[in-house]
Design a protein around this ligand. Structure first.
Ligand code: ZN
Ligand code: FE
Length: 753
């Protein structure tokens, strides 16, 4: 008895080997029918016995190819048409592509096995790939995702590769970047006047140099890395000096998961992230002391090899723990064009390992961590971008341009919110260019109609992103307040449009409704009704404009000015502190701020961190690091009264403890607990008033895991659930999603402050 059913599959199911997978599955289950790429996903028709149909549907759900991500499967019964075979039919794509551009994938195990097998045709070939693995977003120039629209178009396939490309039973069926040593691109090694050709020879030469303590610029999937032996303190020091990167932590690449495990403490969840399809940098507590890799930091960031080239480097004898840092100037996108890399890195790198295949756009490694409330993405790049992060109930296209720091953009097409890769800080020219390009890229790939486009941007009138947004030839614009977009980003991920919440956004800086610099903000409301600011950190008058973010003493001067007692005895660099205090008293170049990030800076200064900040969040990281050395302690008073978190009693207590000579680590720990207590107290009070049991936490300050652990322990037994970002960063890298969500509802006529 023949039965039939039609199946619709939605999600990332095109360009990821899904149709051949269906083809093989149908054969294995002795079914006839067809599969095709439709506008919104994959359509399948299968005929056979009831039993085989059931088996087919089960396998479809459980044996999904690694690159595919199914969001929805709909199965309905159909009339058998008496088909005699199973076919992959031509695409039915007619209108606009709503097909997802797949993120890049790590090389799969089958390809690695071939790569390392001397009998295989692709032995030692750094561009080996198949439908289950390899580059996507970093090679595609335009849609549809076909070879001639990728950076592989310059290398026509030879007969061997074409045969595999055309064979539905082959792992390389329609693998667009398929190539082999005969027909594809190659790597070469360059150092001064020396040039080594040949994939294996050049890789061996690079591995030798790495072992000998050299620094090699290595071209990867989304750009160039600077690599060196992470256990060699001399070369690590040299890299810091040459790169003018004094203290910011460097990431590591471990040859195997076992070696990664010897470097950091990996929970089950963290170990899974390390090996997941994105192969991100996983930040976890370190077990080893690697001099100069991550100064003043409890954690190390580790990733596993994700390109065939990385595997070959390790096989060729490169040190089994490589320092791998994005080749860029600070806060700029990763260098990805050969000429730029050579120009920027000559003088830093001793040699270059260059691949001939062009990279279409810069995509940095992603950074993730498992925190108190589960996994968090700290930087969303390779392996995640430009995947969909949410589905929004909006028909018209929306472009959200994010903020000026840690910029990402979000494009909503047919309700799917696609977030770009992390681009960086827009005040850097190169980053701004990448930002412009990324907007053009995504809007043209998804064929967005500018006549319909709604553009969402930050309220800040002086943001580069704002200036660019209002210049775009769009149909409408929606300015949105920074901290509300942080809260909305969490709710958008969960499609919680009507959920009322208490939303706490703590970060370094964001433009407020009143023109002040906000950063310690408490709201109630929902995406649909809007968010009312119901509390905030007491304002301080901070000196020095933007420079205050690089100078902890200026933050300290601003906050401590509101105390009655003198704090001068605290500071060794007294004249600098006095200068800052004078600015506050005279009101010269000062601005009103409720920034929680700056409060962390002020306390770091009070505990001895008075040197210049060389990367964002450094002082807060230092403070967290100090606090980790001690076990739990009592909180200082940090009352929430009259809608304000009052920092005065808190700082007075820190001053008193310093006067009594209390241990720095103890004070730092007590400070963390106090901030957590402030969060919990205000949340408890407001949740009752607002009639909600849901607390949303977002903003860069909540990347502080110690703070989160304290919040969690203080909430134990209380009837409050905490929601945080899962798919987008809690820092400013996530706000473009929040902007898109608020804009989507704002245009329906709902009110937003
Ligand atoms: Zn593969
Ligand atoms: Fe922010």
């Amino acid at each position: 008895m023949t039965a039939a059913c039609s199946i619709q599959v939605r999600g990332t199911v095109q360009g990821v080997g899904f149709r051949p997978f269906v083809f093989r599955l149908a054969h294995a289950n002795k079914l006839t029918g067809w599969v095709l790429n439709a506008e919104q996903g994959v359509e399948i028709h299968v005929e056979g016995t009831e039993r085989s149909l059931r088996g087919f549907v089960r396998d479809l759900k459980t044996q999904t190819p690694p690159a595919a991500h199914i969001t929805n499967i709909e199965v309905s019964s159909a009339h058998p048409a008496g088909l005699t075979d199973f076919a992959i039919r031509g695409s039915e794509v007619s209108g606009k592509p709503t097909v997802h551009i797949s993120p890049d994938l790590p090389v799969c195990q089958e390809c690695v096995a071939e790569l390392l097998d001397p009998r295989d045709h692709r032995y030692g070939y750094p561009y080996i790939n198949c439908t289950n693995c390899g580059p996507r977003y970093t090679i595609v120039n335009s849609l549809p995702y076909d070879r001639f629209n990728t950076t592989m178009k310059h290398w026509p396939m030879d007969p061997d590769c074409s045969t595999q490309f055309e064979d539905p039973m082959n792992r390389r069926f329609h693998a667009q970047p398929v190539a082999c040593p005969t027909c594809g691109p190659h790597y070469y090694f360059r150092s001064g006047g020396e040039r080594v050709n040949g994939d294996l020879a050049s890789i061996r030469r690079a591995a030798d140099l790495l072992r000998a303590g050299g620094i090699v610029a290595v071209k990867g999937i989304g750009g160039y890395h600077l690599a060196c032996d992470a256990r060699n303190a001399i070369v690590v020091g040299a890299l810091r000096q040459r790169k003018f990167r004094r203290e910011k932590p460097f990431a590591l690449m471990a040859k195997t998961a076992e070696i990664a495990r010897s470097l950091v403490v990996l929970s089950q969840e963290a170990a899974e992230l390390l090996d997941c399809a994105a192969h991100p940098i996983v930040v976890a507590p370190s077990k080893v002391e690697l001099h100069g890799v991550a100064p003043d930091n409890r954690d190390l960031g580790v990733m596993l090899p994700y390109t065939p080239l990385h595997h070959l480097l390790f096989e060729a004898g490169a040190p089994d723990v490589l320092l791998m840092t994005s080749a860029n100037r600070s806060n700029e996108p990763i260098a990805y064009r050969d000429e730029d890399a050579i120009e920027q890195l000559t003088g830093i790198a001793d040699a270059f390992l260059i691949g001939e295949r062009a990279i279409a756009r810069p995509v940095d490694d992603s950074v993730v961590r498992v925190g108190a409330f589960g996994p968090t993405i700290l930087r969303r790049g390779r392996g995640y971008a430009p995947g969909a992060v949410a589905t929004l109930p909006v028909k018209r296209p929306v472009l959200a341009v994010g903020g000026d720091l840690k910029n990402t953009i979000t494009l909503v097409v047919a309700g799917q919110a696609f977030m770009s890769q992390h681009l960086g800080d827009l005040e850097q020219y190169e980053t701004f260019e990448a930002f412009r390009q990324c907007i053009l890229d995504l809007t043209s790939m998804y064929e967005v109609s500018w006549q319909e486009l709604l553009v969402a941007h930050d309220l800040h009138p002086e943001y580069f992103s704002t200036a660019h947004a209002v210049d775009l030839p769009a149909a409408g614009w929606q300015p949105l307040q920074h901290h509300r977009t942080h809260i909305a980003s969490v709710l958008a991920e969960r499609q919680a449009w009507e959920q009322r919440v208490v939303g706490i956004a703590f970060d370094g800086t964001g433009y407020g409704d009143d023109g002040a610099i906000w950063g310690g903000e408490i709201f109630t409301g929902s995406i649909v009704e809007g968010f009312e600011r119901v509390g905030h950190l007491r304002y301080a008058s901070l000196p020095g404009g933007d420079a205050a973010a690089r100078n902890t003493l200026q933050a300290a001067a601003g906050f401590l000015d509101q105390l009655d007692s003198s704090s001068e005895h605290l500071f060794e660099s007294l004249s600098r502190f006095r200068d800052a205090t004078r600015l506050v008293e005279l009101g010269v170049r000062t601005f009103s701020s409720s920034s929680m990030g700056r409060l962390f800076d002020a306390v770091a200064a009070m505990l001895g961190f008075t040197r210049p900040i060389t990367f964002e969040g450094q002082a807060a990281m230092w403070l967290e690091h100090q606090a980790h050395s001690v076990s739990s302690t009592e909180a200082y008073p940090f009352p929430f009264v009259a809608s304000q978190l009052d920092f005065r009693p808190l700082l007075q207590a820190v001053l008193d403890d310093r006067a009594m000579g209390r241990d720095i680590g103890d004070i730092a720990r007590a400070f963390h607990r106090s901030v957590a207590q402030g969060v919990v107290n205000s949340a408890l009070e407001l949740s009752e008033r607002a009639g909600t049991d849901t607390l949303v936490l977002s903003g860069g300050v909540f990347q502080n895991d110690l703070l989160l652990h304290h919040v969690k322990s203080l909430l134990e037994g209380k009837h409050i659930r905490v929601w945080m970002n899962q798919r987008v960063p809690p820092n400013d890298g996530g706000i473009s999603l929040g902007q898109a969500a608020l804009a989507a509802f704002a245009k329906c006529g709902q009110h937003h402050a």
